[in-house]
Design a protein around this ligand. Structure first.
Ligand code: SF4
Length: 393
């Protein structure tokens, strides 16, 4: 599954954001071959909408102002999806997937850190145009329940962040909004107050913290004083009543730190809502820093188990993201979550004969050929392991 679809032909004059109103299959229109997406004239609250049909010729119907050919690859575009259509670069990007677990607003391409394992390395200059974000939100369903705001570092564009949060609030004040941020700029109490004043009650900041030793954290994020800034930011957010989640990416630099870090989190931040331990994505800077980062999940199982057990026994809610059952020891299974975005998740051939496949969070698509998997037969397991997945103690 991909978020990007190639355009083979069009008569568009401009880049646009649209919502899919309707789709028709080849059988419904009884025509073979390639598909054409029609950009309709209809607009609701300023949001352009489109219907998509599969036809074998360029449309002549005047109800449709414009058309795009996407060959025979309509992909998985569904009714309710929001699309960014760029005729100049000849692609469609799916900005919002109806029913997806991973709808994201990309706020900026710049960052004030430069993490060794950043899967999406920041750019020197911000490439995001705010207008498109607002149009994306305009087309997003009013009843949207969950959105993630990411970057780059969202707090680097504080006015944009607040204005997007306000748009979400106006759409659905109960929407669960997850801001992925290093929180360094949240050392500025004024910014935290501005964010809080918007009134979103289900707002969480997901904040990476990689070591209890400032120098090590600063080295991993490649930014001086980052640890101190982030710690101050966490306190400011919590003081304002904004939920905090700590995120720890698991790699060669963080594994030796886990014990001290979990101890630190428990003692300094007992108020955090959630601690997420994350398998590393093999993307972006990870490839460049591979030797400094790579450690197989098998090698860190005991460290991870001890860290999670420590927090869990003290009543802190923990999760493991991005790792499948077969790469984790069984004591960790209750903490595994299906966290990989639905359009990135994949399985290996061998997974077809695994009894845990229906519950498994799978692998990142681009990692599927390098991660070793070991299909699991439930007959060889204590049946309670399946239930454990859902019952964190
Ligand atoms: S073998 Fe495949 S389906 Fe089974 S636990 Fe591993 S990754 Fe998941």
């Amino acid at each position: 599954m991909s978020n990007k679809i190639k355009i083979f032909g069009h008569n568009l004059q401009e880049t646009t954001v649209v919502r899919v109103l309707d789709t028709k299959t080849k059988n419904e229109v009884n025509l073979p071959n390639y598909c054409i997406a029609f950009i309709g004239k209809e607009s609701r609250n300023g949001c352009k909408s489109i219907g998509i049909a599969l036809l074998d010729e360029v449309p002549k119907d005047e109800n449709f102002a414009s058309w795009i050919s996407v060959g025979d690859k309509l992909g998985n575009i569904c009714v309710g999806d929001v699309l960014f259509v760029n005729p100049y670069k000849e692609y469609i990007r799916i900005l919002y997937r109806n029913g997806s677990n991973a709808n994201t607003i990309f706020l900026t391409s710049t960052c004030n850190s430069n993490c060794l394992m950043c899967p999406q390395p920041p750019k020197e200059k911000d490439e995001v145009e705010e207008e498109w974000i607002h149009r994306q939100l305009l087309c997003t369903p009013d009843e949207v329940e969950e959105l993630c705001i990411t970057g780059g570092e969202p707090t680097l564009v504080p006015d944009r962040l607040c204005s997007v949060l306000r748009d979400i609030y106006n759409k659905n004040p109960l929407c669960h909004v997850h801001v992925l941020s290093n929180a360094r700029l949240c050392k500025n109490v004024g910014l935290v107050k501005s964010i809080k004043s918007i009134g979103l009650n289900n707002l969480t900041f997901g904040i990476p913290l990689y070591s209890a030793t400032p120098e090590i954290h600063d080295y991993i994020v490649q930014a001086k004083d980052a640890f101190d800034d982030t710690v101050t930011g966490i306190y400011n957010l919590a003081s304002a009543g904004i939920d905090v989640e700590i995120r720890i990416v698991l790699h060669k630099q963080t594994i030796p730190e886990l014990k001290r870090l979990t101890d630190y989190i428990y003692n300094k931040f007992p108020f955090v809502r959630h601690v997420a331990f994350m398998g590393m994505e093999h993307m972006g800077f990870v490839k460049k820093n591979w030797n400094e980062l790579w450690i197989s999940p098998e090698q860190y199982q005991d460290d991870l188990y001890k860290a999670i057990r420590f927090l869990n026994l003290r009543g802190m809610y923990c999760s493991i993201y991005n790792l499948p059952f077969c790469l984790c020891q069984r004591g960790l299974w209750p903490f595994l979550r299906n966290s990989i975005s639905d359009y990135k998740v994949d399985f290996r051939e061998e997974c077809q004969c695994c009894d845990m496949k229906d519950d498994c969070g799978g692998l990142f698509h681009y990692q599927r050929n390098v991660m070793p998997v070991i299909p699991i037969r439930v007959s060889g397991l204590n049946p309670s392991y399946r239930n454990l997945k859902y019952n964190q103690t």
